[in-house]
Design a protein around this ligand. Structure first.
Ligand SMILES: [Zn+2]
Length: 150
């Protein structure tokens, strides 16, 4: 069976999600508390305890799913808290990242339903991540991202 996946398929959507998550988590610490991530020898990536939180829900606001401003690197604890207390998180944003907060207020008004070429985005994000690797402390021996929380 040929290894073909349609550019708009869930397969490429997940790939794009994973590469974006790798890029966001390469910040290396929680942007809220700010707990550091830890190195995972097995996956050779800084997956440790860090997750990509979408400020506006990725399944609702498809148009913003891959926008950097809609992403924030959070530890597992802060991520769970941000999901369960959306008002509290919005307040934190307002006080600590006002640019993001103002963007969120504007962006919230439009729930664009658009078609996304996930394959193109996945490939662009992978290339960005590979560029990041060249200028960071991270290991370069990585081809596919490990299964990650997004
Ligand atoms: Zn945290």
């Amino acid at each position: 069976m040929p290894n073909f996946h349609h550019p708009f398929s869930t397969y490429w959507m997940k790939k794009a999600d994973e590469w974006l998550s790798m890029i966001v988590r390469s910040i290396g610490h929680c942007e809220k508390c700010p707990k550091p991530g830890y190195w995972e020898e097995k996956s050779k990536a800084n997956t440790g305890g860090l997750e990509n939180h979408h400020i506006l829900e990725k399944s609702v606001y498809l148009a913003y799913r891959y926008l950097k401003i809609n992403s924030i690197c959070l530890c597992t604890f802060c991520h769970t808290e941000a999901e369960s207390d959306k008002e509290g998180f919005a307040k934190w944003l307002e006080e600590n990242r006002s640019d993001t907060y103002i963007w969120m207020q504007q962006a919230e008004k439009s729930k664009n339903s658009i078609q996304i070429n996930y394959q193109r985005i996945a490939e662009q994000l992978k290339a960005q991540y590979m560029e990041l690797l060249k200028t960071s402390w991270m290991d370069t021996d990585i081809d596919v991202p490990p299964g990650v929380h997004t």
